[in-house]
Design a protein around this ligand. Structure first.
Ligand code: SAM
Length: 265
């Protein structure tokens, strides 16, 4: 007899440390069943057993489960807003801004920010941390190589300034790649960095169940400096944002405001 989805999640967590129960069940279950059928694995239990004994199978499953779609300057108008409004405001307070791209996939998002900061404040020393749960996609991010579908929004001047053509794709210059630090990090388990001026977390929590989403947003609030900004994806809304201590800055951008306790202190 096969395992239930709940038992599979428990055993998968013991095996990998990843808590699938924090992701939306319907979506996750459909995706796992599609993987089982596509690979002819036979069910939850055979899948677990094959992953226990075969690290390649485990890697194949994790690669399939993490949806790594991204591209440079995704939603270009929001990157224009970063360039014209958000970054100048942050740079007026510090020349050493701390920026966190959480769920960065192949790195297009943090590298887009590094390019903009290089244009508007070449003298600044930003610290750009880019994290993801998926070690494979981080390996590619560190190489700086991107396939054509991730680079289509890059303007001609930026292409000639920061990229070279290689292996049917583009490689970002060492000057830009050297500004981003990639690190494996699970938003549902690992401690968060502190004192961030900007957190960008787009198209990641859409896969999380409501309770997990709430925990992540509260964690981001704690990670931001007062006045720091959280930038979310183009389909994402933070429910009860005011109660959490965020004020809407503009569409998909939230600013950390002090809690009542902090204000009184
Ligand atoms: C659709 S991509 C988003 C990439 C980029 N932020 C963007 O919007 O273009 C979602 C990323 O979230 C990552 N992810 C999923 N669950 C995660 C978790 N628990 N902790 C950290 N990253 C996670 C996936 O590995 C994937 O690379």
């Amino acid at each position: 007899m096969d395992l239930t989805y709940e038992l599979f999640c428990g055993k998968f967590r013991s095996l990998t440390g990843i808590d699938l129960a924090s992701y939306k069940q319907g979506q996750m279950e459909r995706r796992i069943l599609a993987f089982i059928s596509r690979t002819g694995t036979g069910g939850y239990l055979p899948l677990l057993k094959s992953m226990e004994h075969d690290s390649a199978k485990m890697k194949e499953f994790l690669d399939y489960m993490t949806i790594n779609v991204s591209e440079f300057f995704r939603n270009p108008e929001k990157f224009d807003e970063l360039r014209t409004r958000i970054f100048p405001a942050i740079l007026a307070t510090t020349r050493h801004p701390r920026i966190w791209s959480a769920g960065c996939a192949g790195g297009a998002e943090p590298y887009s920010m590094a390019i903009i900061l290089d244009e508007i404040a070449p003298d600044a020393r930003p610290e750009i941390l880019a994290t993801d749960i998926d070690a494979t996609v981080l390996e590619r991010a560190r190489t700086g190589w991107f396939p054509p579908n991730e680079t289509r929004n890059i303007s001609e001047p930026r292409l000639s300034r920061h990229f070279t053509a290689e292996r049917n794709g583009l490689v970002v210059s060492p000057k830009i790649s050297g500004r981003v630090t990639f690190k494996k990090h699970n938003l549902l388990e690992d401690p968060y960095p502190v004192d961030c001026d900007l957190i960008v977390c787009r198209n990641v929590v859409i896969y999380f169940a409501d309770g997990a989403k709430d925990r992540v947003y509260r964690g981001f609030w704690a990670s931001l400096k007062t006045g720091g900004v959280l930038f979310v994806g183009g389909t994402e809304t933070i429910f009860r944002s005011t109660e959490m201590g965020f004020a809407l800055e503009s569409a998909f951008m939230y600013k950390k405001v002090p809690t009542r306790a902090t204000r009184i202190a």
